[in-house]
Each structure stands twice: as structure tokens, then as C-alpha cells.
Write a protein that binds this ligand. Structure first.
Ligand code: CTP
Length: 408
């Protein structure tokens, strides 16, 4: 393992207190501690007594290179773990996994173990990485506890959607250790002014669903991931971000203002009040080009073997705003193509009055909908073409935001 002192990361030499609660996800705390140490952070661990049933304190002590604290007193009960000292030592506390029980106690100021005593004594930023089953995650009491914790200034690290300990599939899975480290890096990095600092950035993202009747719609496979990553990358650069998000299963960090919409018409309407004030508009949504001409008021019943739907053209959101765009406003579009990729992207750049277009080809492995990776080429108004390699959508978002920064 390289010497932490040689690594110039945001987390280098930061004092991070990892607080571990009783949850199946507790085993991931070992990976988290190891990653934080690799980033050059100084790590201490505090655990609830029930967390020790899931992972041994010895494992976390060894990986963190520090004693692991579980109770107010140490073996032999000759000295005590000073919760206030531990809390003041920390530059940041990350509760991972944060169980429903501990979140409830934190929200209500309960203090029946060392971890909670440390939490109540903390003056540093506190990050919570919840881990629980989907029904527990969606329970109104959990939601209200999380809201209360946010009102105390604590930050929730978004949960993932996936396999859960119960065997069910859904929301509530703790963020992966790598995601938690990236989240901490972004949240803790010193704010250096950039060209995007204070700039208003409007982003459309996700799919749109076009209703056929009260229960059916026409949609597409967009997950919204690229647009959400762009919102996070712009926010990281100090921008004031407004996201207009079509139906997406992904959660959005709290510091991004989001308006949820369903259809293309709603997306257009939601953009309208923000467009004129925006310095940068990024049209990352996969907007349906057509919508059913008539939406049935009641569920359509099956009758004949064949069934046709008459579609009418939807508003082209990017093109409409392209018509009224001011010189000082930047407009960025996306083109997902399958053939004649560059030519199609260049035509869209002109037609929709974009300043930059981001092209991805479905012929590139790992690019496009549903992947966590993307491979892009950007084309600007001077026909400057820049090709990028296959990267995570987080890294791609950073590349796009940097390209926008150079255009400002
Ligand atoms: N776009 C939009 N509103 C629409 C359609 C597209 O804002 N109704 C935006 C997209 O967000 C993207 C760009 O326009 O930034 C290009 O989208 P794309 O679907 O590739 O272009 P279309 O003009 O719909 O062309 P086609 O589907 O025929 O390739």
C-alpha cells in the first residue's frame, strides 16, 4: 500500500470517524475503512454493540490502524472512551451502515450507546449512509427521521436500488464503499471558485412517459443517470443547479433542486420559468418525440387482434429554447445515434442552436442507456471534435462540465 503522505487527495490527512451500526451491510465498513486509509485519511471506528455481531472490532481496528471503540469503558473498566474527544477529533463522521434504528435514535436525540454519544457531541459534518430493507426505507417514520436529520445539517448519502438482505430487490441498499468515498471527497473538497461558481445551470434528464390511458404509457430506457451525474458535477463546480427530471428510479443529492415530471409537455412547462435566468442549459433528457393523440380517460379494453395508436409530435424542448436563446447563454445537447453518428450530431447542433453537442453511439460497448459507463465525442460550434475514452458516467460528467467551463 502506498504511503498515505504521498497521496494528494481531498481526504489526505483528514480525520474520518467511521460509525458502524448493526446491519448486514456492516461488512462493507471494512472496505470503506480500507479505502479511506488508502486515500490518506486518518480513520477511527466507533461501533454500536449490535454492529459487533456482524463484524469483529478487531477487523476494523486492524484496517484503520487504530483502536475500535464500542462502549464507554474499555476492557477491565479502568478507563473510558471519551465520546466528546472522539467527536472533536473528527473532521467528518460517516455513519455507514446507518441502520433504521440508529437513524431514529439520532433524529430524536437518544443516547444509549457510545456511537450516539459521539454523534450528539459532534461539531463536524455528519454523513449518513442508510442501509435497510425497502419497506423500512419507504416507511413514513424513516422518511421523517431522515428529514429531521437533514434539518440538523446532516447529509444523507443516497441509497442504491438492488438486492437486499431480505432477498427482495429494491431501494435501501447501502451505497458501495467506493461511492461513499467519492461522495466524501466531493463534499469535503475545499471550494475553489470556478467559472461555474454561482452560475445558474438548468438540466433536463431521464426519460419521459407519454400516457395512453390511466395505466399505460409509452416510454424509453433512459435511467436519468447521466443527467444526475451532470447535475452533481456542475454542483461540485459551485453552480446553482436546477434539474428537471423525468420518471427515474435514482435519487438526487439534497443540494440539487429537482422538479419531477412525467411527460415531455410537463418537462417543457417545468423548464419555462427557469430558462431565461439560466446561464447554461444542458438537455440530457431522452424526450419522447411523439405522444398519443388522444389519452383515454378509462383503461383501454382489448378487442380486436390489431390495435393502432395515433401519435402526434411532441414539443422539441431544446429546439424551442434554442430559438429564444440569448448570446450569453450556453445550450448543450445530446445525440444518441446508431448510424452516421457525427453527421447526425452536427446537424442537431445547428438545428437546435446548441453551443456544444455530446454524441454517444449505441455501437460503442458500454455507452448509452442503463450502463454506468459512457463513451462520448463532443462537437462545438466551430466544429471542434473531441473524442473521449470509455469512462464511468461520473468521469464523463466531469469531462462535459469542464468542456462547458472552457466555453463560458
Ligand atoms: N430533445 C428535446 N426535446 C425533444 C427531443 C429531443 O429537448 N422533444 C433534446 C434532447 O434532450 C437532446 C437533443 O434534443 O439534447 C437531441 O435529442 P434526440 O432525441 O437525439 O434528437 P431528435 O431531434 O429527437 O432526433 P431523432 O430522435 O430523430 O434522432
Amino acid at each position: 500500500m502506498p504511503s498515505p503522505k504521498n497521496i494528494p487527495t481531498t481526504l489526505a490527512d483528514k480525520h474520518i470517524l467511521v460509525a458502524v451500526c448493526g446491519s448486514i451491510a456492516a461488512y462493507k465498513a471494512a472496505f470503506l475503512v480500507r479505502l479511506l486509509v488508502r486515500q490518506g485519511a486518518q480513520v477511527k471506528v466507533v461501533m454500536t454493540p449490535s454492529a459487533t455481531e456482524f463484524i469483529a472490532p478487531l477487523t476494523l481496528a486492524t484496517l484503520s490502524k487504530n483502536e475500535c471503540h464500542v462502549s464507554y469503558t474499555n476492557a477491565g473498566k479502568t478507563n473510558w472512551n471519551n465520546h466528546v474527544e472522539l467527536a472533536l477529533w473528527a473532521d467528518a463522521i460517516v455513519v455507514a451502515p446507518a441502520s433504521a434504528g440508529t437513524l431514529a435514535k439520532m433524529a430524536n436525540g437518544l443516547c444509549d450507546n457510545l456511537l450516539l454519544g459521539v454523534y450528539l457531541s459532534a461539531r463536524c459534518p455528519v454523513f449518513l449512509a442508510p442501509a435497510m430493507d425497502e419497506d423500512m426505507w419507504k416507511h413514513p417514520s424513516t422518511k421523517s427521521n431522515l428529514q429531521r436529520l437533514q434539518s440538523y445539517g446532516n447529509t444523507i448519502i443516497p441509497v442504491n436500488n438492488g438486492e437486499l438482505a431480505s432477498g427482495l430487490h429494491g431501494e435501501g441498499r447501502m451505497a458501495e464503499p467506493e461511492e461513499i468515498v467519492t461522495f466524501l471527497e466531493q463534499a469535503l473538497q475545499p471550494t475553489i471558485p470556478t467559472k461555474l461558481t454561482g452560475k445558474k445551470v438548468l438540466i433536463t434528464a431521464g426519460p419521459t412517459y407519454e400516457a395512453l390511458d390511466p395505466v399505460r404509457f409509452i416510454g424509453n430506457h433512459s435511467s436519468g443517470k447521466m443527467g444526475i451525474e451532470l447535475a452533481m458535477a456542475a454542483r461540485k463546480m459551485g453552480a446553482d443547479v436546477q434539474l428537471i427530471l423525468g420518471p427515474s428510479k435514482l435519487s438526487v443529492p439534497d443540494d440539487i433542486k429537482v422538479t419531477h415530471v412525467f411527460s415531455a409537455a410537463q418537462m417543457y412547462a417545468a423548464c419555462k420559468p427557469h430558462f431565461a435566468k439560466s446561464d447554461v442549459c444542458i438537455f440530457a433528457a431522452a424526450v419522447a418525440d411523439y405522444t398519443p393523440k388522444n389519452v383515454a380517460a378509462q383503461k383501454i379494453k382489448k378487442s380486436d387482434a390489431e390495435f393502432s395508436i395515433v401519435l402526434k409530435k411532441n414539443v422539441d424542448i431544446a429546439a424551442e429554447f434554442g430559438k429564444i436563446k440569448k448570446k450569453k447563454q450556453l445550450s448543450i445537447g445530446f445525440a444518441l445515434e446508431t448510424n452516421n453518428e457525427l453527421a447526425h450530431a452536427q446537424a442537431k447542433l445547428q438545428k437546435k442552436n446548441f453551443d456544444l453537442i455530446v454524441l454517444n453511439s449505441l455501437n460503442d460497448k458500454g455507452a448509452g442507456f442503463q450502463f454506468n459507463t459512457n463513451k462520448i465525442t463532443t462537437v462545438d460550434r466551430n466544429n471542434k471534435i473531441t473524442k473521449f475514452g470509455l469512462k464511468s458516467k461520473t468521469a464523463v460528467a466531469d469531462d462535459i462540465i469542464h468542456a462547458i467551463e472552457t466555453l463560458l
